[in-house]
Structures are given as structure tokens and as C-alpha cells.
Design a protein around this ligand. Structure first.
Ligand code: BGC
Length: 757
């Protein structure tokens, strides 16, 4: 429906009707206005499947929802580093939405993994904004190609569950722009999500739900968002302030209480009715977009989608360790150990919880293999060592040639609503692994968890396969990877630190009462470990394959460029092994000479390529200004500092294979302002500015005595360095005192004013 037509409908509405449209009709629908034939539209969670609740609604995953296919959760699907796969997954979910009459799926969830402790990390994509943005944009493209909207969430800085409805994320502007916003920015600019969900928390003192800077200045005015903003369920604090700030739809409805406040504010002249009209227009525009594009023929083919969810899982699992033990051979005597072989943990708790169509554990896949024996090993409902179960498991492991332990985090260890307090697996499972490695040298651990865990037994096992929360077909993907039918190709989209205390947010995470200071700034995840040269358990970008890859022929299409140009980077990748495999080629950029404190390097590109044995492919990636830039607060924009940048091609952030450099010249001039406390060192870098001061230097006695070039000064080298440093860091005002009274502050200020003109 055209904007004019929608406006015409709105013009026929009463104030009460308009205010009432600013909240839902129930837990999952927008409101209808029957008198004017305005339909209601259904929204549902998300993000890794459809949680459509037909009966009683809740946002905690408590009541039943329809049967749907549970895809790998965000932590897993992001590890695929496969944009097309995410788009395909979005398409499948969009198709399910059409078949079920759902107009907007509440996802993707793209908050940055600031700490491994966040209870919702399983839903989120990455510690890296580039990966999170690419995955989100790809997923949105897929869903929306089916004429179903998405709701990218939770905008923003919702990186913990503790006190999520009242906490205040205090973040400096640069960190916000470089780390916490870009995933939203990329998705909004590239894939135009129909809706955005604002988060529960405050950002620098103001609730996201009434944050004009976020919801209007940045989201709409800077990034061009043109859909509606919906509150996270229950995120509204001050409804009228929210309307003014750009929050369109309140969900769930507040039994009309807040609608009444909107009405009253208009009547009292505190809210411009035109602002209300625009809010309603933005909501209706999406409602009609869906209603007019309903695909009544759409079918939710669960069997087909289950198959596809297996494919997504196959690309998402990450092989973390393989001392020649994998793939397993079908004829080997193998012990499958652990409850998660039978009943895998494959999704997380809370609003994303899917009533899954068909869950397959790896054990089911080997039921016809008499050489595979099974022992349960532990019960994940309580963290207690069950000696009898351990004994059985040890016996099975001893009898076999290889033991595969299916372990991980129980539901109770991580969920929406609360954060973890540690990074350990249940003691019962760690104990089980320790007992098994005593009797069996060939042990593989398959992990089911939504976030990194410490692995105290890592040196004693020969293989580790990270299955994350890999969706309902995770067991099938595990089977196929373990037995070599599929070559693993997932890569970590987050760092696995050696221990929790190593994480950069460790000292401040959760905060004090409601105040959470993001003091580590831009040094989130690998940006921190890299800078500190710290050992980690597994680095960002890491993941093994059953084949090997070689890199050669790194080419930059130019050696020097302006920041308005685009650099094309290409590299050849060869499969030097014997099995077909997929490699994730990663491109990192490092600023070699920077006046600001920056990470050592940042991911700015990746491509996943499939290669047959012996095959070589050329992979090309493009870098624009943003890839070289940092956020300059003074400028209020991203800025590239002129200079040399390293272009690095790696297999992970710590395994760089090839590198080259490019000179980038900035076209943006930052006009510096000088003042009495500007140092000599700083002003001397600006030739023009320094020239104004030349005449004053001549009369400055102190400068004379500091003539460190003079041979007669006879100064030893450290004194010389000291003198130079003293001069460099001396503020201009010092000229007044050291200049024999020939210049006073007023005169000096006049010179400075001239420089600043
Ligand atoms: C969650 C959202 C979810 C909403 C609706 C909230 O508690 O934070 O992610 O979409 O509930 O279930």
C-alpha cells in the first residue's frame, strides 16, 4: 500500500485509535482497527527457527509453540562463516513464517559477545562486529526475500542478562561506533530489516526504548532505517518519551495504560500529533507490506527443512583438536559415552526455544553398528559424580579402540535471563573425561555448549569437536564429521580464552548494581588478547579441516590509494590434501602508524571456498575506507589516518599466512584547534602552525639553552634525550615564563588565534 493511502487511512482515525495502534493487540499481534479494515499482523520468535505460539503467549519459552525446525543457534551458524548458508537458512525460516502467517520473525540477535559469561551468547553471533554484521545481513536477506520481516535485536549494548531490564551500559562513543553498533549498521544499510527491536537496558543513562540518539539520530537519520522499532518485550519505561525518541510499537501491550498516556500527551500539547501519525504510519506500512504479500501457497516442509538444518550444522561445527584420531574408521571398536550422544543439547533456553520437529542424537546414527558401544556417563540434570555411571563408561572406553565423549553444558548452566558465573563444565563431566583418559589413550570430546568452556583435560585427549548448540540435526552432523563423510569447515567466531580471568571484561562485567562500565573499550575478544600477546586456548577464526590448504600469490591491486578508493585483495588458496574441503580465508587489516590506540589488527573480510584435492582458487576481497578507519569522536565520523596499513591473510587471527602493505592517504582534513596548553611537540607536526611561532622561538632563552644539536652543549645522550623530551612536552604557555618577558599571555593568545583561523 502506498504511503499516501496509509496516511489517508490514518487521517480517518480518532486520536484514541492512533494511540492504541502504538502497542500490540496481544502478546504476538499488532492491533487491528476493524472499522477501517486495518488488519493485525503476527510476530514470533526467532531467531533460529519459528516459535509461533498459538495459545498462551510468553517471552520466556515456557508455554508451547507449534512444532518447527530448530536450526543451529547463532553461536553455531556464525561459525559457518558462510553468508549464502545464512541467507538460505533465512529463506527457509521465512518460508515457514509465510506458511504459518507470521509477518515478522524476531531476530537475528547480534549483540556482541563481550564476555563468555553472557547467558544469551548462544543466540549471538560473535565477539567481532564484522562477522556479526555479515551474518545478520545475510540472514535478513534470506527471510525478507520471502516477504517476511525481521527484527534485528537487541539494539543495543545488551551484552549481559544480569539486570537486563535496568542496567546501564556505559560506553564511550568510539567503542560504541566501532564495536557495538556496526553489526546493526551493516544489516540496516545492506539488508534493510523491516523492524529493529530495541534492547531492555539503558545506554549511557537513557533507556534504549526512549533513546533518541539511537532510535532516530543514528538508526534513521544516519543509517536510513525505514521500518518500525519495536520494544523488547517489556522494555518500555516512559512511553511518551519513547514515541518522541522513535520507538513505534510497544510489545507486549500494557493493557492500554501506555496508549492512554500517549493520548493524554497529545491532548495536553506535550506530544505533537504529527509525531504520533508518523509512528502509526511506520507500523502500518510494515503490516500492509506483509499482508499484501501473504503467500498462501507456502508450505513448511519440516522434513526438508530438517535435512537443511543438518547441512547448516555440518558447516558450523568446529574441529578444535585432531592429533590424527579423526576421522574415525567405521570398523573400529568405538565407545560412545555421554548423555549428549543420546539426547544432545542443541538449543538454549528462553524466548528462542523451539518446539523441535525431530531431534537426532549421534547415537541413533550408529544403532546398526555393532562395534559401537554406549555408556551414559553422567546425568546432566545434576552436577554430581555418579560412580556407577563413571565405572560403566570407563569399562566401555577400555574395551574400545577409541572413546568419543559427548559432553558440554547442561541447560541450567546457560540460558536467557541470567549469566554464567564461571566458564567450567560440570564437575561430573570433567571428572568423567579425566577417568576415561586414564584407561584409553584415544579420546575425542564432542562439546555441546553455547559459549566457551575451560578444558582442563585438553592435553590428554586427541580430538575435540565443538558442536555448539547445533540445532535439532546436530547428531547427524556429528556422525558425518566424526566418520569423515563431511569435512569440518567451521571456524570460531569468538576466542576461547584459557581461563575466564583472561577475558578483557572480567574486572567489570555485570557492573555494580545497574551501572556497567565497558572499560575495556574497543579491546573486546581477540582485539584484546592480540594486543596483550596472550596465549589463548583457541583463537578467533580458528578451526581445523581433514585436508590442508596452502596460500600463495597475495596481490593488492594498488600499493597506494586515497581513502575514497577501493582496494582489491586477491590470494590463491590450494587444497594440498586428499579430501574435498572448505577453507575460510580471513583478511585482517592492521594500521601500522596510528596516533590513536588501536587493536593490532581487525577482521575486514572473509570468504569461504570449497576446493577439491589439488585444486586452486583465487579469492578476491574488497576493502573500502571503513576497513582502514577508526571512529574519530572530534570529527563525529570514521576517519582514516594517512599512512601504511598491513593487509594480512590468515587461517585465524593468530595464524597469518601472507601479508603486504598499502599506503592510504586520507582525504579528510581534521582542522586541529591549538591553545595555550598545546605542546611544542604537537604543534611542530603542523608546518603551517609552527611557522607562526618561529619569530617567538628566536627570543626564547629556554629554547636556546635547549639547543641539543650544539656540540658545545657537551650533553651526554640521556640528558640530550631528556632535553628533547622536555621541549616536546612543554606547553606553549611556557613561552611566557621562559622568554625574558618579551611576550605576555595576551600576545601569545593572539598568535594562537591567528593559527586557528
Ligand atoms: C527477548 C527477545 C524476544 C522477546 C519476545 C524478550 O524477553 O529478549 O529476544 O524476542 O522476549 O519473546
Amino acid at each position: 500500500m502506498t504511503a499516501e493511502k496509509i496516511r489517508e487511512i490514518i487521517s480517518q482515525m480518532t486520536l484514541e485509535e492512533k494511540a492504541s495502534l502504538c502497542s500490540g493487540g496481544d502478546f504476538w499481534h499488532t492491533k487491528a482497527v476493524e472499522r477501517l479494515d486495518v488488519p493485525a499482523m503476527m510476530v514470533s520468535d526467532g531467531p533460529h527457527g519459528l516459535r509461533k505460539q498459538k495459545d498462551e503467549g510468553d517471552h520466556l519459552g515456557v508455554n508451547d509453540s507449534i512444532v518447527a525446525v530448530c536450526y543451529p543457534t547463532g553461536c553455531a551458524s556464525a561459525s559457518s562463516f558462510n553468508r549464502e548458508l545464512l541467507t538460505e537458512m533465512g529463506r527457509a525460516i521465512g518460508e515457514a513464517c509465510q506458511a504459518e502467517g507470521v509477518g515478522v520473525i524476531l531476530g537475528p540477535a547480534v549483540n556482541i559477545k563481550r564476555s563468555p559469561l553472557c547467558g544469551r551468547n548462544f543466540e549471538y553471533y560473535s565477539e567481532d562486529p564484522y562477522v556479526a554484521g555479515e551474518m545478520a545481513a545475510s540472514y535478513i536477506k534470506g527471510v525478507q526475500s520471502k516477504n517476511v520481516g525481521t527484527s534485528i535485536k537487541h539494539f543495543m549494548a545488551n551484552s549481559q542478562e544480569t539486570r537486563r531490564m535496568s542496567s546501564d551500559s556505559r560506553i564511550d562513543e568510539r567503542t560504541m561506533r566501532e564495536i557495538y553498533m556496526p553489526a546493526f549498521e551493516k544489516a540496516v544499510k545492506e539488508s534493510k530489516p523491516w523492524t529493529v527491536m530495541c534492547s531492555y537496558n539503558r545506554i549511557n543513562g537513557t533507556y534504549a526504548a526512549e533513546n533518541k540518539k539511537l532510535l532516530t539520530d543514528v538508526l534513521r537519520d544516519e543509517w536510513g532505517f525505514d521500518g518500525f522499532v519495536v520494544s523488547d518485550w517489556g522494555a518500555v519505561n516512559d512511553r511518551v518519551a519513547g514515541v518522541k525518541a522513535g520507538l513505534d510499537l510497544e510489545m507486549p501491550p500494557s493493557c492500554g495504560v501506555n496508549d492512554k498516556l500517549i493520548e493524554k500527551a497529545v491532548k495536553d500539547g506535550k506530544l505533537d500529533e504529527a509525531v504520533l501519525d508518523l509512528t502509526v504510519e511506520r507500523i502500518l506500512q510494515i503490516v500492509y507490506r506483509f499482508m499484501e504479500n501473504r503467500d498462501k501457497e507456502a508450505v513448511f516442509d519440516k522434513e526438508k527443512q530438517h535435512e537443511f538444518s543438518r547441512k547448516v550444522a555440518e558447516e558450523s561445527l568446529v574441529l578444535l583438536k585432531n592429533d590424527g584420531i579423526l576421522p574415525l574408521k567405521k570398523e573400529q571398536k568405538i565407545a560412545f559415552i555421554g548423555q549428549y550422544a543420546k539426547k544432545p543439547r542443541y538449543q538454549g533456553g528462553g524466548s528462542s526455544h523451539i518446539n523441535s520437529y525431530k531431534v537426532t542424537g549421534a547415537l541413533e546414527l550408529v544403532k546398526d553398528m555393532p562395534n559401537v558401544i554406549f555408556a551414559e556417563g553422567y546425568n546432566d540434570q545434576e552436577d554430581k559424580v555418579d560412580e556407577k555411571m563413571v565405572e560403566e563408561a570407563v569399562k566401555a572406553a577400555k574395551e574400545a579402540e577409541v572413546a568419543v565423549v559427548f559432553a558440554g553444558l547442561p541447560d541450567a548452566f546457560e540460558s536467557e535471563g541470567y549469566d554464567r558465573t564461571h566458564m567450567q563444565m560440570p564437575k561430573s563431566q570433567n571428572h568423567l573425561i579425566e577417568e576415561i583418559v586414564k584407561v584409553q589413550p584415544n579420546v575425542v570430546v564432542v562439546l555441546h555448549n553455547g559459549s566457551p568452556v575451560e578444558m582442563p583435560w585438553i592435553s590428554k585427549v586427541k580430538g575435540v569437536l565443538e558442536a555448539y548448540l547445533g540445532g535439532e540435526a546436530v547428531g547427524e552432523a556429528e556422525y558425518r564429521i566424526l566418520f569423515g563423510e563431511v569435512n569440518p569447515s567451521g571456524r570460531l567466531s569468538e576466542t576461547f580464552p584459557l581461563k575466564l580471568e583472561d577475558n578483557p571484561s572480567y574486572l567489570y562485567y555485570i557492573g555494580e548494581e545497574d551501572v556497567v562500565e565497558y572499560r575495556e573499550g574497543v579491546f573486546v575478544g581477540y582485539r584484546y588478547y592480540d594486543k596483550k600477546k596472550m596465549d589463548v586456548l583457541f583463537p578467533f577464526g580458528y578451526g581445523l579441516s581433514y585436508t590442508d590448504f596452502a596460500y600463495s600469490n597475495l596481490k593488492l591491486d594498488k600499493k597506494a590509494m586515497k581513502d575514497t578508493e577501493v582496494l582489491t585483495v586477491s590470494v590463491d588458496v590450494t587444497n594440498t590434501g586428499t579430501m574435498v574441503g572448505k577453507e575460510v580465508v580471513q583478511l585482517y587489516v592492521a594500521d601500522e602508524e596510528s596516533t590513536v590506540i588501536r587493536p593490532v589488527k581487525e577482521l575486514q573480510g572473509f570468504e569461504k571456498v570449497e576446493l577439491a584435492p589439488g585444486e586452486t582458487k583465487t579469492v578476491s576481497m574488497k576493502l573500502d575506507a571503513r576497513a582502514f578507519a577508526y571512529y574519530n569522536v572530534q570529527l563525529g565520523d570514521f576517519h582514516v589516518e594517512s599512512g601504511s596499513f598491513k593487509i594480512m591473510i590468515g587461517r585465524s587471527c593468530t595464524d597469518i599466512k601472507l601479508e603486504d602493505t598499502v599506503m592510504v592517504e586520507s582525504t579528510k582534513v581534521i582542522q586541529k584547534k591549538y591553545h595555550l596548553n598545546t605542546t611544542f611537540g604537537d604543534i611542530s607536526k603542523d608546518e603551517r602552525a609552527a611557522s607562526f611561532l618561529e619569530p617567538l622561538y628566536a627570543a626564547c632563552t629556554m629554547l636556546e639553552s635547549c639547543d641539543t644539536n650544539s656540540e658545545e652543549s657537551g650533553l651526554g645522550s640521556s640528558s640530550k634525550a631528556m632535553q628533547e623530551a622536555m621541549m616536546q612536552y612543554m606547553p606553549l604557555r611556557a613561552m611566557v615564563s621562559f622568554q625574558n618577558g618579551t611576550i605576555d599571555f595576551d600576545e601569545l593568545q593572539k598568535v594562537i588565534d591567528k593559527i586557528n583561523q
